[in-house]
Design a protein around this ligand. Structure first.
Ligand SMILES: CC(C)(COP(=O)(O)OP(=O)(O)OC[C@H]1O[C@@H](n2cnc3c(N)ncnc32)[C@H](O)[C@@H]1OP(=O)(O)O)[C@@H](O)C(=O)NCCC(=O)NCCS
Length: 218
């Protein structure tokens, strides 16, 4: 872990929509941008990381956003929690979700992710019976980060970035003995091989049938 910078965490409100959209879009581009065509990135950012999208989140009942700021007020990260919107099999009505934890590159490895996760889990545990999240199937540092908090994989689904489908893990907090692998969107076992080929050769043509989903957490 790096030296411990002085980050403050507070609950965000509607006035923070623009700065959340800015850091959300920047973090998405720097972490995942190399995986997608520009048109898919543009569509996804407009839908999920626009100021309007964050304004909706900030004004929807039962959603909370925690924002982390460095000395001087620069936004360095945030976490979002709320009711679960994932295609979890047998989802019970009172289920919550860690929707997103995003840190600016300068704030990673400082313990800030753990502090944001603690804020989100404290809220979710009080309000919901079960807690889920989703993570890109090849975001290995984030998967290990979630496993350290007690999340375990329970299934997969296709996460849409524009017209592009990505395999995404669903993870549940605790009770790993109840885990079951579910592939609700017609998972294609050949997909991983096709995806690896695309990363090595981004121009390679690939045909897939995207699976629609309402979950928008990436
Ligand atoms: C995932 C994330 C929230 C974890 O927060 P964090 O405070 O960095 O957490 P940790 O310090 O425990 O580090 C998590 C992992 O990132 C690695 N890491 C540390 N510093 C890093 C840096 N500067 N850049 C990239 N990874 C780093 C850690 O080594 C660790 O991996 P390990 O399990 O192999 O040791 C944060 O890295 C992040 O925002 N990543 C980009 C966005 C993202 O992927 N969000 C999750 C989407 S589901």
């Amino acid at each position: 872990m790096k030296g411990a910078p002085n980050f403050e965490i507070r609950l965000a409100d509607e006035n923070d929509a623009e700065r959340l959209a800015f850091i959300g879009a920047e973090t998405f581009r720097s972490t995942f941008g190399h995986l997608y065509a520009p048109a898919d990135i543009a569509a996804f950012l407009a839908e999920s990381h626009s100021p309007e999208a964050y304004r909706r989140t900030l004004t929807t009942p039962d959603f909370r956003v925690w924002i982390a700021e460095a000395d001087g007020g620069a936004t360095v990260g945030y976490a979002v929690a709320g009711p679960c919107g994932l295609p979890v099999p047998d989802l019970t009505p009172n289920s919550g979700e860690v929707k997103r934890i995003y840190l600016d590159e300068t704030a990673r490895g400082t313990g800030l992710g753990a502090r944001l996760m603690a804020s989100a889990l404290e809220y979710l545990r009080k309000r919901f019976d079960r807690i889920y999240l989703s993570v890109y199937s090849e975001n290995f540092p984030a998967q290990r980060f979630y496993e350290r908090f007690g999340f375990a994989k329970i299934g997969e689904y296709d996460f849409m970035v524009g017209e592009h489908a990505d395999p995404e893990w669903m993870m549940e907090l605790g009770e790993p003995e109840t885990a079951q692998i579910a592939r609700p969107c017609g998972w294609n076992p050949a997909w991983n091989a096709a995806r690896k080929a695309r990363i090595l050769s981004p121009q390679a043509a690939e045909t897939r049938t995207p699976c629609p989903t309402s979950a928008r957490s990436k």
